[in-house]
Design a protein around this ligand. Structure first.
Ligand code: FAD
Length: 634
């Protein structure tokens, strides 16, 4: 076996990930740990300052309820999320985040994040729930607060560049995690009384639009690879909404954000003949039950109307940037000086929107001579991603807060500690927890805080370090490092290290996974459409891929990480395919279309589709859970 030093870390609370949810968890945990004499350990595969989906920065905070100003109520937010998710949402979880999210935003501002202000000193809203920010350093600001909270209080420690592979178990209780350094020959064993999974969602499960020379460019940053899903599945936790992937429509090829264009600049998107699918296809919305009639129209239905244009050969679809800018500037047309000033301001806002969060879009515009005030830009539906905190909903099935349960919901939605999975001592937040979408960066931070507080309560009430069998640790270490051994053993049996009958490199393994998902599980090549036969074929091919994962080979630490990233993706893929197969209807056209079950079926399928893997029996189970209401429906 590869010669790695074994490092054992014992802690009370283990936070896995260093993104928005983990940083929220760190801030809250530091406070409660100090009160209770506990230790907190945070582990990130990267450097917390610039890790996760917010690494590059953001141009807007997408969840701010504005409770203080009386702008909206918690119920308003729940109504919005329920409608956007076509009726399938955990209202207790969404409401819990909504009532705490504003305080996370106020903390960001206190820590130094510049939030745009209007002339009266109020926040500038991009849309009803979104605030405009100068957010290129958003993650640095949030990370600094988390690091200060853990390190200055003396309760915490932070490990960076440690890739977490999977859980440690003590019977039915989570006992921590194992991982390895991506820089040094070190294998880590983290033993903990409670563990928070907050390792984000998953990208590159599906073949991306950007292949070949553009590989790595995706809407979702490439470093979140399904580790949260793998960790919770491998621990035996119940998962939810695994079918609810997210397909963002973004500026084509560099995936620049469209929010500011649609919401702030009030831009239209039109097809190649100038037609506006949101107007011309409005009748289509009637087919999608009550959800087609609500405002705002659910994200997947908006996608779907554009996709119908593409299928009819009316593409490309364009964001009419020139028209939107002109319309705003025209209000100043009688004053040439003000007009010129406004045009300059709009132009700089347009570029800054990209420079704040998707720099490559600005580079692509510059490289292809796009001047948004003069010329429209193409937009397109991206490949599917798993991001339960955004407009998808996949993640672990977690307990809701006690005080928001009704007699009805208490049976299914509550088992003691907020955000605890169905596995004792294992908690999930951000993209890792499901059925509570639209929490975004701010809501993920708030959910991290909620989760850490509940996890500390769990520790105080279950204050024993779970036992971990040394034998199990030895087996795990051998399993984790095996790709290095496989490479060493067979590397000389070929003239090209990339090709060898005895092993598969992670890059080729990823291409194989992506091809399966793309062609059979409704990826871009399949025009986001699938059916039962295709899904069954995907499962057959995934089973063979799983068999071959035993032959993954790694030349170095970096490739070892790539091997495990792809194993994580593979499990996320299987959970997805099994759940899409289970749900016998099309509920989210625009995310995926079940061509053999092309309609919404409210009577039978107004339910959650949950799944669970039994690691001992090596068997999946997929089943439904009721959708229950905490608030009366709007
Ligand atoms: C392209 C894009 C644009 C967005 N735009 C906005 C926006 O404008 N406004 C807004 O409010 N929200 C936006 N969001 C949503 C927001 O970024 C997410 O909701 C939020 O980051 C989720 O928090 P998280 O902690 O779950 O995941 P992340 O913040 O992504 O953090 C995941 C963490 O896990 C770590 N990790 C992953 N795997 C491992 C492993 N195996 N071992 C150890 N650590 C691991 C990562 O390094 C990272 O630190 C956007 C998201 C994306 C992808």
């Amino acid at each position: 076996m590869a010669n790695f030093e074994k490092v054992v870390v014992e802690t009370d609370l283990l936070i896995l990930g260093g993104g928005m949810a983990a940083c929220g968890a760190a801030v809250e945990a530091a406070y409660w740990a100090k009160q209770n004499g506990l230790k907190v350990t945070l582990v990130d595969k990267a450097a917390v300052d610039r890790s996760g989906a917010v690494a590059m920065g953001l141009s807007a905070i997408n969840q701010y309820v504005g409770l203080k100003d009386g702008h909206n109520s918690i119920k308003d937010y729940v109504d919005y999320v329920r409608n956007d998710l076509m009726g399938i949402t955990r209202e207790d979880l969404v409401a819990n985040i909504a009532r705490h999210v504003d305080s996370s935003v106020h903390l960001f501002e206190k820590w130094g994040l510049p939030i745009w202000k209007d002339e009266q000193g109020g926040y500038v809203h991009e849309g009803r729930w979104q605030l405009m920010i100068n957010g290129e350093s958003y993650k640095v600001v949030v990370a600094e607060a988390a690091k200060n909270a853990l390190l200055q209080s003396g309760v915490g420690e932070i490990f960076e560049r440690i890739f977490i592979v999977g859980p440690l178990m003590d019977g039915d209780r989570c006992a921590g995690a194992v991982g390895f350094s991506v820089r040094e020959d070190k294998f880590y064993i983290f033993k903990a009384k409670a563990t928070v999974a907050a390792m984000g969602g998953a990208v590159h499960v599906f073949k991306p639009r950007s292949a070949g020379e553009g590989l790595g460019r995706a809407w979702y940053p490439p470093w979140n690879s399904g580790s949260s899903a793998y960790f919770t599945i491998a621990a035996g936790a119940e998962m939810t909404c695994q079918e609810v992937r997210f397909i963002p429509v973004r500026f084509k090829d560099a995936y620049g954000p469209v929010g500011a264009w649609f919401l702030l600049f009030k831009s239209r998107a039109t097809n190649a003949t100038g037609g506006n699918y949101m107007v011309e296809r409005v009748g289509e919305l009637e087919k999608w039950g009550p959800y087609g009639r609500v405002k705002p129209i659910p994200a997947n239905l908006r996608n779907y109307l554009g996709m119908l244009d593409i299928l009819e050969g009316k593409g490309p679809i364009y964001m009419r940037t020139e028209e939107a800018i002109q319309k705003i500037a025209d209000t100043y047309k009688d004053d040439p000086k003000e007009y010129k000033k406004k045009m300059k301001e709009l132009e700089s806002e347009a570029w800054e929107d990209f420079l704040d969060m998707t720099i490559s879009q600005a580079i692509l515009w510059a490289a292809s001579n796009v001047q948004p005030e003069e010329r429209s830009s193409e937009i397109a539906a991206a490949e599917p991603y798993f991001i339960g905190s955004h407009s998808g909903a996949s993640g672990a099935w977690v307990s809701g807060p006690e005080d928001l349960q009704t007699d009805d919901t208490r049976k299914d939605y509550f088992w003691g500690y907020a955000n605890m999975c169905t596995v004792k001592g294992l908690f999930a937040a951000g993209d890792a927890s499901g059925a509570s979408s639209h929490k975004f960066s701010s809501g993920s931070h708030a959910e991290g805080r909620i989760t850490a507080k509940a996890a500390i309560k769990f520790i105080v009430e279950n204050n024993t370090l779970p036992k971990v069998d040394d034998n199990e640790i030895g087996l795990k270490m051998a399993e984790v490092l095996k790709p290095l051994d496989t490479y060493e053993k067979h590397k000389n049996e070929t003239t090209d290290p990339e090709i060898n009958p005895n092993y598969i490199k992670p890059r080729m393994f990823m291409f194989r996974l992506q091809k399966i998902m793309d062609e059979y599980a409704a990826g871009i090549s399949a025009q986001f459409s699938t059916n039962e036969s295709q899904l069954n074929r995907a499962l057959e091919l995934l089973a063979m891929l799983r068999e071959d994962s035993d032959k993954l080979a790694a030349e170095n630490h970096h490739e070892l990480m790539r091997c495990w990233e792809n194993i994580h993706r593979m499990w996320q893929a299987e959970a997805h395919v099994r759940t899409v197969l289970f749900r016998q209807e099309t509920r989210w056209p625009g995310y995926y279309f079940r061509a053999d079950k092309p309609k919404l079926d409210e009577e039978k399928w107004h339910v959650f589709a949950n799944c669970k893997y039994d690691p001992k029996a090596a068997k999946w189970e997929v089943f439904s859970r009721p959708v229950r209401h905490v608030f009366p429906k709007a």
